[in-house]
Structures are given as structure tokens and as C-alpha cells.
Design a protein around this ligand. Structure first.
Ligand SMILES: *[C@@H]1O[C@H](CO)[C@@H](O)[C@H](O)[C@H]1NC(C)=O
Ligand SMILES: *[C@@H]1O[C@H](CO)[C@@H](O)[C@H](O)[C@H]1NC(C)=O
Ligand SMILES: *[C@@H]1O[C@H](CO)[C@@H](O)[C@H](O)[C@H]1NC(C)=O
Ligand SMILES: *[C@@H]1O[C@H](CO)[C@@H](O)[C@H](O)[C@H]1NC(C)=O
Ligand SMILES: *[C@@H]1O[C@H](CO)[C@@H](O)[C@H](O)[C@H]1NC(C)=O
Ligand SMILES: *[C@@H]1O[C@H](CO)[C@@H](O)[C@H](O)[C@H]1NC(C)=O
Ligand SMILES: *[C@@H]1O[C@H](CO)[C@@H](O)[C@H](O)[C@H]1NC(C)=O
Ligand SMILES: *[C@@H]1O[C@H](CO)[C@@H](O)[C@H](O)[C@H]1NC(C)=O
Ligand SMILES: *[C@@H]1O[C@H](CO)[C@@H](O)[C@H](O)[C@H]1NC(C)=O
Ligand SMILES: *[C@@H]1O[C@H](CO)[C@@H](O)[C@H](O)[C@H]1NC(C)=O
Ligand SMILES: *[C@@H]1O[C@H](CO)[C@@H](O)[C@H](O)[C@H]1NC(C)=O
Length: 447
């Protein structure tokens, strides 16, 4: 009897224990010298900002209490000393290194040798060619070393490695302007008299022919090849866990040629086709199947991702994105893999913008000053993230088990060095604290 009750208690405990984990990824992106969306580097480095823990004590507590982590661009490691990195470990924060090369059209082995060992194929220096880091003097040179060597020459092993998207960028697709003449009224095919196959051949663009014809399978096997190099690299220390980012965008449907074949068979008339295409009225959702295949493949080599983060476009057709999010969440749940969202601001580089929800559609309010005259642009981002997170909770996409990465890849918030202090409204640390205190803790998602 007692044992029986204990067992029930144990099960209840198991059931109610949340698996949610929270990651903080500030936009101190100055190490990404190749990325200047407003013509200048984004903010500065971790040195003098987030490596000074006295500037963000409250957020640190929130993260520590919730198995939190901090994500750092892999390119930033060469700007940091070993001591600085170890200080994060001593704070019980795991470190996620965000590696930048996975979007590139090179095979998984080349990318692994590049990022982990600093070896470029043939005599090139891809760090210089792709990432614009040529003979640097202010950082560890990744050429010949890879990203994982600190400024003072120590090899660094991250707890986790974050993989950027690969698949939708590197599959071939049909240039829509070459398929359809949108200036004609009614809309016409660009070549009305050609067959569908000839029209497709005319419009097809392949950003990565080297990846072969069995494209999605080959791109998936790149993950495996890359992971083999990673395991070899960190064999003597501790092999990092991996997490992957996954696109939730209509572009998956638009880049799915077999799905467009079906659409064309059903809607041979150009204007009907255009309507079905534009409004994604008949999605195939092959992307969710690819996600399942990829996760199974990774698990088959004992490298299940710790979490798959959704990179969502919510503003084009919100209902489509919600459907995909639910589908992906269900798939990951069945595979016992955590579902996560990258909570980022879709206002990207707009100067006067807040993300809002209008009758279940996520929209950009591009005249935010009128409605919120007192908000700085940094505070607008804070409001946007809160709006989106509340919406996703309301839609039951986000729950107590969802991992959330509070992060930014854009110019905003603008904050450099000690300006990152968590008491400043609109700062990244302040925003994360608001998310914990106004949303996650009151919903009992976080402790
Ligand atoms: C957080 O980590 C601790 C220590 O590793 C572990 O005991 C606990 O179960 C974890 N909590 C969650 C919510 O994952
Ligand atoms: C950290 O920030 C505090 C508060 O601004 C400042 O007093 C201190 O000098 C900084 N420490 C370092 C090592 O920069
Ligand atoms: C980190 O965790 C260890 C073990 O649980 C604990 O003793 C230590 O106080 C923690 N450090 C901080 C800064 O919270
Ligand atoms: C597209 O349609 C416009 C208006 O009918 C026409 O003037 C133009 O020549 C067409 N363009 C092509 C490439 O067919
Ligand atoms: C397309 O084909 C039709 C019938 O075969 C012909 O009348 C028309 O002139 C052709 N149009 C073009 C633009 O070649
Ligand atoms: C394409 O990839 C799949 C899955 O890996 C494999 O079963 C199939 O044989 C491949 N086809 C070709 C033509 O290589
Ligand atoms: C790690 O190294 C050991 C000993 O050299 C080797 O047996 C093992 O296969 C290696 N593991 C991986 C994942 O490379
Ligand atoms: C396609 O459908 C539109 C709207 O029904 C119609 O106006 C147009 O003539 C059709 N075009 C062709 C080529 O049948
Ligand atoms: C699911 O994953 C958790 C944590 O990773 C593990 O403890 C549990 O045994 C797994 N359950 C199944 C059914 O695989
Ligand atoms: C904006 O700030 C002014 C001056 O501090 C204040 O009077 C006003 O009520 C504020 N407006 C809003 C919408 O909060
Ligand atoms: C979601 O928002 C709607 C409209 O504001 C509200 O009626 C509903 O109760 C909310 N649902 C949840 C689960 O919070």
C-alpha cells in the first residue's frame, strides 16, 4: 500500500516536473565581422559586458535556477580568455557555442575540418573568404586553429554546439518571377506556351549543385560527417551535446518542387496557381517529415539533439506557422526530444516597430512611435518579445516543457560594455528578466 502511494507520488512528480530550459543569447556580435546589417558591427564583445557578472546578477539567478545557459558565437571565443570562459562555468551556466558555417555550401567533412581544426579545403582560407577574418591581430586566428581556441591560446570545449539551418537554404528552387508574370492581368505564366517541365527548367536555381541530386538526404548526411569530426576533436575532453535550429517558414513549401508539381496539376491556370502558392492553401509539410528523419538519423549515431529550436516566421501567415509548430512539437515529443523556440524580434532592423497580435495574426506595427511615444527602440524589442511569447503560450505552442532561447541576431538592442546593465529597460538582460518575472514564473514554467 505504502509502496503503491509512493509510486503514485513519484509518477506525479515526474509528470509535473518541467523540462523547460532557458537560454540567453545576447547580441554582442562584434566578432561576426562579416555581419553588418546597418553597415557597422553589432555592439561589442563579452569582455567589459556580459563577462562582468556584477552587471546582471538577477538574470544570472534566474538562469541558474532554471538550468540556464548562455550562447556565445563561436567566433567570439577567439576574443575571450580562458579565464573569462571558465567564469561562466563557475557560475553554473552551460555554454552553447553557436557555429556559423553550417549554412554554407561545403560538405559536412569540410565544414567540420574548418570549424574544429581551422583547415580550409585546398589552399584557400575560408575564414578570410567567407568570414572576412584575414590575418587578424586582435583575436586568435581561426585559420589553422578553428573557432575553439581562446585569445590566450587555450583549447575550449563548449557544453553544447548550436547548428544553424542548412536544408532550406541549399535545396534548389524555382525563381517565381521566371515562372509567373505578376504584372500581367490576369496573372500569366511567364512562358504560357511552354510545358510545366520546361518552365520549371527555365526557372530553376540551384544554390549548391555540389550537394548532389539526392539533396535532402545528402544535406542530412552532412550533419553526420560534421559530428564525426566534432567527436574526434573533443574526444579527450567532453563531447559537446548538440542542438539544432529549424526553419518554420512558408519557404519550405515554395522550395518543395514535388509539392509545386501537385499544385500545378491541380491549378494549371496561372492566377489560380498564384493564389494557392501565395496563400499556401495546400501545404505538403514535407519539412516536418525531414525534421523527423534528421532527428532519427542523429539519434542513430548516439547524438540525439538536446533540443530543436524553431526559427519562426510568424508574420506572413500566422496560422500556417502555428500549424507547423504544432506538428513539429508533436513529432519531437514522440521522439522524446525537447522542443524549443528562438524568441527573436521579427522587427529585425526596422527603426520604429513593435510586433503585435491582431486577431490571431502576428503583425509588425511599423508606426510604433504613435502608439508608444515613450518607448526607445530597445524597449520596443522588449515589448515585441513579450507579445510574441504571450501569444505562443496562449496558443499552447509554448508550455512548461518548451525550451526558450531569448536572443537577438540584429542590431537591437544597442548596448555596449557596461550599458548592458540589467537595470536598463530595453537591454537584453532587462528583457530576459521581464520575461522570467512577468511571464515564465507567473505561468509556473520557470522557478
Ligand atoms: C536541472 O539540473 C539539475 C542538476 O543537473 C537536475 O537535477 C535537474 O533535474 C534539472 N532540472 C530540470 C528542470 O531539468
Ligand atoms: C564591472 O561593472 C562594475 C559596475 O559598473 C564596475 O564597477 C566594475 O569595474 C566592472 N568590472 C570590470 C572587471 O570591468
Ligand atoms: C554552482 O553549483 C554548485 C553545486 O551545486 C554550488 O555549490 C555553487 O554554489 C553554485 N554556484 C553559483 C555561483 O551559484
Ligand atoms: C508580363 O505582362 C505584361 C502585361 O501584360 C507584359 O507587358 C509583359 O510583356 C509580360 N512579360 C513577360 C516576360 O511575358
Ligand atoms: C501560344 O500558343 C497559341 C496556340 O498554340 C498561339 O495562338 C499563341 O500565339 C502562342 N503564344 C505565344 C506568346 O507564343
Ligand atoms: C537517396 O537517399 C536515400 C536516403 O538516404 C537513399 O535511400 C537512396 O538510395 C538515395 N538515392 C540515390 C539515388 O542515391
Ligand atoms: C576516442 O578515442 C578513443 C581512443 O583513442 C577511440 O577508441 C574512440 O573510438 C574515439 N572516439 C571517437 C568518438 O572518436
Ligand atoms: C485563369 O482564371 C482567371 C480567373 O478565373 C481567368 O480570368 C483567366 O482567363 C484564366 N486564364 C486562363 C489562361 O485560362
Ligand atoms: C526521454 O528522455 C529523458 C531525458 O533525456 C530520459 O530520461 C527518458 O528515459 C527518455 N524516455 C524515453 C521513453 O526514451
Ligand atoms: C509619456 O511620457 C510623458 C512624460 O513623461 C507622460 O506624460 C505620458 O503620459 C507618457 N505617455 C505614455 C503613453 O505613457
Ligand atoms: C487566449 O487569448 C484569448 C483572447 O484574448 C482568450 O480568450 C483565451 O482565454 C486565451 N487562452 C489562453 C489559453 O490563455
Amino acid at each position: 500500500m505504502h509502496i503503491f502511494l509512493l509510486l503514485i507520488n513519484f509518477l506525479l512528480l515526474k509528470l509535473t516536473q518541467s523540462k523547460g530550459k532557458y537560454d540567453f543569447g545576447p547580441n554582442q556580435l562584434a566578432s561576426n565581422v562579416w555581419y553588418k546589417p546597418k553597415g557597422q558591427l553589432i555592439n561589442g564583445h563579452y569582455e567589459h559586458s556580459y563577462s562582468n557578472f556584477t552587471l546582471w546578477p538577477k538574470l544570472r539567478q534566474h538562469l541558474i535556477k532554471n538550468n540556464g545557459s548562455i550562447s556565445i558565437q563561436a567566433s567570439e571565443i577567439g576574443y575571450m580568455t580562458n579565464d573569462m570562459l571558465m567564469a561562466f562555468r563557475r557560475q553554473n551556466l552551460s555554454i552553447i557555442a553557436v557555429s556559423p558555417a553550417f549554412t554554407q555550401c561545403y560538405d559536412g567533412t569540410s565544414l567540420g575540418l574548418l570549424e574544429f581544426y581551422g583547415q580550409s579545403p585546398s589552399k584557400d582560407n575560408l575564414f578570410c573568404q567567407i568570414f572576412q577574418i584575414c590575418d587578424p591581430i586582435d583575436r586568435q586566428d581561426p585559420n589553422g586553429n578553428g573557432w575553439f581556441v581562446t585569445k590566450d591560446g587555450f583549447s575550449f570545449t563548449p557544453d553544447l554546439l548550436n547548428f544553424d539551418e542548412r536544408m532550406p537554404n541549399l535545396v534548389s528552387y524555382l525563381d517565381y518571377d521566371k515562372l509567373i508574370n505578376r504584372t500581367a492581368n490576369p496573372i500569366q505564366w511567364y512562358f504560357p506556351n511552354l510545358s510545366w517541365n520546361d518552365r520549371k527548367a527555365f526557372a530553376r536555381i540551384d544554390p549548391c549543385p555540389q550537394a548532389g541530386s539526392n539533396r535532402t538526404a545528402n544535406l542530412m548526411s552532412d550533419y553526420v560527417k560534421y559530428i564525426l569530426i566534432m567527436k574526434q576533436k573533443f574526444n579527450s575532453t567532453k563531447i559537446p551535446q548538440i542542438q539544432i535550429n529549424w526553419n518554420v517558414i512558408e519557404g519550405w513549401e515554395w522550395r518543395d518542387e514535388s509539392c509545386l508539381d501537385l499544385l500545378h496539376a491541380k491549378y494549371p491556370n496561372a492566377s489560380d496557381f498564384d493564389h494557392a502558392y501565395r496563400y499556401v492553401t495546400e501545404p505538403c509539410h514535407h519539412d516536418s517529415q525531414y525534421l523527423k528523419e534528421l532527428v532519427k538519423l542523429l539519434c542513430s549515431i548516439n547524438t540525439c539533439p538536446q533540443v530543436v529550436y524553431m526559427d519562426m516566421d510568424l508574420t506572413y501567415i500566422t496560422s500556417y506557422s502555428l500549424e507547423v509548430l504544432r506538428l513539429n512539437k508533436q513529432i519531437l515529443n514522440k521522439l522524446n526530444i525537447s522542443f524549443g523556440i528562438n524568441l527573436v524580434d521579427q522587427c529585425v532592423e526596422f527603426d520604429n516597430c513593435v510586433v503585435e497580435i491582431l486577431s490571431s495574426q502576428v503583425v509588425l506595427n511599423l508606426d510604433a512611435h504613435s502608439k508608444y511615444p515613450n518607448l526607445t527602440r530597445n524597449q520596443m524589442q522588449e515589448l515585441s518579445l513579450m507579445n510574441v511569447l504571450n501569444f505562443l503560450i496562449n496558443q499552447t505552442v509554448v508550455d512548461k516543457d518548451t525550451h526558450i532561447a531569448i536572443t537577438s541576431w540584429t542590431t537591437w538592442p544597442v548596448e555596449i560594455n557596461e550599458a548592458i546593465i540589467e537595470s536598463t529597460a530595453g537591454g537584453m538582460a532587462h528583457t530576459a528578466n521581464e520575461i522570467f518575472e512577468q511571464i515564465l514564473i507567473p505561468n509556473s514554467f520557470a522557478n
